[in-house]
Design a protein around this ligand. Structure first.
Ligand SMILES: [Zn+2]
Length: 212
């Protein structure tokens, strides 16, 4: 799971996909069950399905083709630690709990994985306040799509600030050189700077301080 994902809505997005984590996980559950209970390749037949469901084992000779139903189910079974060896019986107990635990732990690991980057993960700001996977209340409270989009970009560290645009430069601009050009503070233009320190936004900050 790509940890940079942001959730713009608790329902359907403009792309037709749900960004609600419960809905997404529920869809995975449905897909998993569908994958387990039905065949989608030319080699599939009802006898084969019945055999697999009954003995919960893969049939030798069915796993060579990477697009085959067996191969794909095997990958899922391995991913969620449902099977040790290909000839073992698939452990179907608590599958749903296993999937949720795996995905949540993978997300957390990805958010905090700096991958030996001296500047840390791009999500170094996001992870300060995003501590667990799930839909944030703001996606339901901020009804204006444009405002919600900007807020999402801000949270994810994707606004066009120097701290972000410096990453795109070739060669990438060192983090300490991505300074704010709107003030003389000599500070890096990042989310914390524009929110709390940059004098360029003092008037807006002053107005907002009376609304919070
Ligand atoms: Zn500034």
């Amino acid at each position: 799971m790509n940890a940079a994902k942001t959730f713009h809505s608790s329902k359907k997005t403009d792309d037709g996909f749900s960004s609600d984590v419960d809905a997404v996980l529920d869809k995975w559950k449905t897909d998993y069950e569908k994958l387990f209970n039905s065949g989608d390749n030319g080699n599939f037949d009802n006898n084969h399905l019945g055999l697999v469901i009954y003995v919960k084992r893969f049939i030798p000779g069915r796993l060579e083709e990477k697009s085959s139903w067996d191969y794909r189910v095997l990958q899922l079974a391995r991913k969620y630690s449902r099977i040790q060896n290909v000839e073992d019986e698939i452990n179907m107990s608590n599958v749903w709990d296993s999937i949720q635990t795996f995905e949540k732990e993978s997300w957390y690991h990805e958010v905090w994985n700096d991958k030996n980057n001296v500047n840390g993960n791009k999500l170094r700001f996001y992870r300060l306040f995003k501590t667990c996977i799930g839909t944030e209340p703001y996606v339901k409270v901020v009804n204006n799509r444009c405002h919600r989009c900007i807020l999402s970009l801000f949270r994810a560290g994707s606004l066009q600030l120097k701290v972000e645009t410096g990453r795109y430069a070739r060669p990438p601009e060192p983090l300490q050189d991505r300074l704010c050009i709107f003030c003389d503070s000599g500070q890096i233009e990042d989310e914390k700077h524009i929110l709390f320190n940059c004098c360029f936004y003092s008037d807006i900050r002053h107005v907002l301080s009376f609304k919070c």
